[in-house]
Design a protein around this ligand. Structure first.
Ligand SMILES: NC(=O)C1=CN([C@@H]2O[C@H](COP(=O)(O)OP(=O)(O)OC[C@H]3O[C@@H](n4cnc5c(N)ncnc54)[C@H](OP(=O)(O)O)[C@@H]3O)[C@@H](O)[C@H]2O)C=CC1
Ligand SMILES: CC(=O)N[C@@H](CCC(=O)OP(=O)(O)O)C(=O)O
Length: 346
């Protein structure tokens, strides 16, 4: 059995890790790390875990945990993992970091967008960006995996095949994204109160959201050139779910059939990516609670643009599900173990 430690087990992403891993056949959770609930029964914090998890919350001592766990998930705020990771820890255990600390290769870009000093820049180069469908082979050999962000997972996977095959003009790419409020975490914030979110929709982080450089970097690798784009997230009154709508000019003469066959080429054999027929629009409801990414597209002949659409559950493929998928790759077990989650409806 793989011994798993979770730091930040009491946050939304951590709780989703606990839910998924509690049914994983080859992993057992040995550490439920918390800051505010130390020694409280985990199932008293998350009552859905009553009679499923007997353990109590522990502290967030990464050094002690490194001796006990084969893998540590850090589902913690930005800066936490980078402030504690060390060569000694990485020589004993593997880390899947759900924060953004090791996603961006250029430290000054990270510091500029996150407004914090990076405490372990020496590990950025070796960290593998854990977008499983794209970086599968590199993840298998990693010690430190940077689990992608929720918006970024959906945004990158939706455009990746077309960026990679040069079917779209990357200078024209615009990404409009919407997220449910669990994306903002469990911490109390006025902007996330019921009366602020319910019956409301708003853009935020316009032209400044920190997922922008992450998307630009990864689509830059895909297209082989520098990418600069507009990314606008919106908060919508739902618990879970991300929907992205991406607009770009299609290179002259590219047909819907070619686009469909490029998606098929990249994703046809992927367990967790479902490409819909042309014109079908993904919906967050059809992926909720699952590790699926649903992708659709439509060509607008009038404007010569393609509209690409993607939907994920931010807490599953956008966080915990992808983190478990990365763990499975790290330990050479079946990639979908623990992730056979059928989307829930209604
Ligand atoms: N929510 C989402 O959809 C996604 C989140 N992420 C990333 O995952 C990470 C966790 O996010 P999320 O679960 O939403 O956040 P939450 O605010 O819900 O949870 C944060 C967790 O970290 C713990 N924590 C808080 N402050 C500290 C600290 N200073 N040191 C150590 N532990 C601390 C909290 O402990 P306690 O509650 O016990 O105080 C809690 O367990 C973040 O980096 C986030 O960006 C990534 C993709 C999607
Ligand atoms: C709705 C909402 O607030 N979403 C979060 C995204 C959370 C996330 O996944 O981002 P990182 O892991 O990169 O921090 C936000 O916009 O900050």
């Amino acid at each position: 059995m793989i011994k798993v430690g979770i730091i930040g087990a009491t946050g939304y992403a951590g709780a989703e890790l606990v839910r998924i891993l509690s049914r994983h056949k080859e992993a057992e959770i040995v550490w439920y790390g918390s800051r505010s609930y130390i020694e409280k029964p985990y199932a008293s914090v998350y009552k859905n875990m009553f009679q499923i998890v007997d353990a109590s919350c522990m502290d967030d001592n990464m050094e002690e945990l490194a001796d006990k766990a084969d893998v540590i998930f850090t589902a913690t705020p930005q800066g936490f993992c980078a402030s504690l990771v060390s060569e000694e820890i990485l020589s004993k255990t593997k880390i899947v970091d759900l924060s953004a600390d090791f996603r961006i290769k250029d430290v000054s870009t990270y510091e500029e967008w996150y407004k914090i000093e990076h405490k372990s820049p020496q590990f950025i180069k070796e960290a593998v960006y854990g977008l499983c469908e794209i970086n599968r082979e590199a993840v298998k050999k990693a010690r430190l995996v940077a689990n992608p962000g929720c918006y970024t997972t959906c945004s990158i996977l939706t455009a990746y095949p077309l960026a990679k095959e040069g079917l779209i003009d990357m200078d024209t790419l615009i990404i409009d994204a919407k997220s449910g409020t669990s994306g903002a975490g469990r911490g109390a914030k006025t902007a996330n109160l019921f009366c602020e979110v319910n019956e409301n929709m708003k853009a935020y982080g316009v032209a400044t959201h920190r997922h922008t450089p992450e998307i630009e970097e990864q689509l830059g690798y895909a297209s082989g050139r520098k990418v600069v784009l507009n990314f606008t997230p919106h908060l919508v009154p739902m618990n879970r779910g991300i929907l992205v709508t991406e607009y770009a000019s299609l290179k002259k003469g590219v047909s819907a059939g070619e686009v469909a066959s490029v998606y098929e080429h990249y994703y046809g054999k992927e367990t967790f990516i479902r490409v819909l027929e042309e014109g079908a629009c993904p919906e967050t409801k059809w992926v909720e609670g699952s590790n699926y990414v649903d992708i659709g597209f439509q060509i607008d002949k009038r404007t010569g643009r393609i509209i690409m659409m993607g939907a994920i559950d931010n807490l599953v493929k956008g966080a915990a599900g992808q983190a478990v998928q990365n763990m499975n790759l790290l330990f050479g077990i079946e990639e979908k173990e623990g992730l056979d989650l059928v989307p829930m409806f209604p």
